[in-house]
Ligand binder design. Structure first.
Ligand SMILES: [Zn+2]
Length: 168
């Protein structure tokens, strides 16, 4: 019995030790900020002119790419060898977006993307990133959205619709 409780307390201790690391990863800290010379690899626009829409990713090599808006970032993500020759999507360490309501940088794999809304970003109609399912439902309702998606559910077809500026 004594041994079992010893292992139990070690487990609890490890849990506590892990908490701060997990928290700092998901709280939006540690994402790179676009500088004044960073251009979107997809459309060529200067990214720091659109701080509320910026999105990007970081490769394991440390190479960082900044995009003017979510749909340029997702387009790049689906065609990494085209825009970053020699790299693959599997080599990406960090993917971030700017959350719509808070304008804070967040892990793109932790938020929802609302497709088919009437909201317009730097490149027109876009896929709007929102944190939390309640906020996702609210945004979809308020801006006449069509669907709520996770990053890996955004297919080339859905992206094409957004890039062509089609609402539905
Ligand atoms: Zn762009």
């Amino acid at each position: 019995m004594e041994r079992r409780s010893f292992f139990k307390s070690v487990g609890v201790l490890c849990g506590f030790l892990w908490l701060p690391a997990t928290h700092s990863l998901s709280s939006g800290e540690g994402f790179p900020k676009p500088g004044k010379d960073d251009r979107c690899p997809v459309c060529g626009m200067f990214v720091n002119k659109y701080p509320k829409w910026a999105a990007g990713f970081v490769f394991h090599s440390g190479a960082r790419y900044f995009h003017c808006c979510p749909k340029c970032m997702v387009h790049n993500l689906l065609s990494v060898p085209k825009y970053q020759p020699g790299e693959t999507r599997e080599n990406i360490r960090q993917i971030w977006i700017t959350e719509y309501y808070t304008t804070r940088q967040r892990d793109a794999r932790e938020v929802f993307f609302i497709a088919g809304t009437s909201l317009v970003g730097p490149m027109g109609l876009d896929l709007i990133p929102v944190a939390g399912d309640r906020a996702a439902e609210t945004l979809k309702r308020d801006y006449n959205g069509e669907s709520i998606l996770r990053l890996d559910q955004i297919t080339p077809d859905i992206l094409d619709k957004a890039r062509r500026g089609q609402l539905k």
